[in-house]
Design a protein around this ligand. Structure first.
Ligand code: APR
Length: 231
């Protein structure tokens, strides 16, 4: 049976595909305060601003490509049972070829009803004022905003509990519940963290740190894991 790998990714894995991270630019996200564009209060205050913001992000995403880190993680599936748990709302893991992906914070290419969170639609285009769900309420981005529940965490926890190897890539680990996932890992699980700018590491036993950006760091790690696959 293949060993199980859980990969927790954040904005840093998509940085080299041209998507800005959240916390590397003075707390502003593409020139906006996060709470203005990524919270239910922001939506209630200025719906058009929020729609425009995510429409821009969606258009930008369609011009971005998966990078080597996304692609190599997909190749790991040849030898390992890999599940990606991502905080990213882009589809670069999908386009990189990974087959098991949990999107903790939603997906940019989906829209959802603002009335019923179960009503989700594939939506690669702009969401416009007046675009409605089948129950007649305005569509909004299918993104988990600050202050909202993260239902997919229920799928992610057993993946981390079961994993033989855990890889964390490009996340500041400050947003919960995602940041708490590592604490569910088995003591004996092999744990790796890849990030070029970490000043302090999470207090997790057996954590090995690769101080590098995602593309080269993942390349290095995948070589190690491919050599160790039968151990
Ligand atoms: N390769 C790997 N890591 C990188 C790279 C790179 N090329 N460039 C930057 N990083 C690292 C940064 O050092 C930082 O640790 O990526 C991390 C990005 O952190 P954040 O910007 O905080 O992104 P993330 O952890 O994904 O944010 C979590 O916060 O705003 C919300 O919902 C949003 O999902 C997001 C959540």
């Amino acid at each position: 049976m293949k060993k199980k790998i859980a990969v927790l990714t954040g904005a840093g894995i998509s940085a080299e595909s041209g998507i800005n991270t959240f916390r590397d630019s003075n707390g502003l996200w593409e020139n906006h305060r996060i709470e203005d564009v990524a919270s239910p209060t922001g939506w209630a205050r200025n719906r058009q601003l929020v729609l425009d913001f995510y429409n821009q992000r969606r258009r930008q995403l369609l011009n971005c490509q998966p990078n080597k880190a996304h692609i190599l993680l997909a190749e790991l599936e040849k030898e390992y049972d890999v599940t990606i748990i991502t905080q990213n709302v882009d589809d670069l893991h999908e386009r990189g070829g990974s087959t098991k992906i949990i999107h903790l914070h939603g997906e940019l290419l989906k829209a959802r009803s603002s009335l019923d969170e179960e009503l989700i639609y594939h939506w690669p285009n702009d969401i416009l004022e007046g675009d409605k769900c089948e129950k007649g309420s305005q569509l909004r981005p299918s993104i988990v905003w600050f202050g909202e529940a993260v239902p997919k965490i229920e799928d992610a926890i057993p993946v981390v509990l079961d994993a033989d190897i855990i890889i964390v890539i490009g996340t500041s680990l400050v947003v919960y519940p995602a940041a708490g996932l590592l604490h569910f890992s088995k003591y004996e699980a092999e744990k790796w963290l890849i990030d070029p700018n970490k000043t302090h590491l999470p207090a997790i036993p057996n954590l090995k740190f690769i101080n590098d950006k995602a593309t080269t760091g993942v390349d290095h790690l995948v070589k190690i894991l491919m050599n160790n696959r039968n151990n």
